[in-house]
Design a protein around this ligand. Structure first.
Ligand code: FES
Length: 56
């Protein structure tokens, strides 16, 4: 599913990025541009990040 409409970023891409070492929203934004335009996807991105980091 698309998380970031502005940049066409999916939840799978975010998860992949986290698996490759991203640990903060800032890092995800630098890599995928999520949250860098309207910011509406920040909440959902944060949720995915927190869920993933808790699993590790
Ligand atoms: Fe991600 Fe707009 S939906 S910046």
């Amino acid at each position: 599913m698309y998380v970031c409409i502005c940049h066409g970023v999916t939840d799978n891409e975010i998860v992949e990025s986290i698996d490759n070492g991203a640990q903060t929203i800032k890092e995800l934004t630098a890599e995928l541009k999520v949250g860098s335009q309207c910011g509406k996807c920040c909440q959902c991105t944060k949720k995915i990040l927190n869920n993933k980091l808790l699993q590790i």
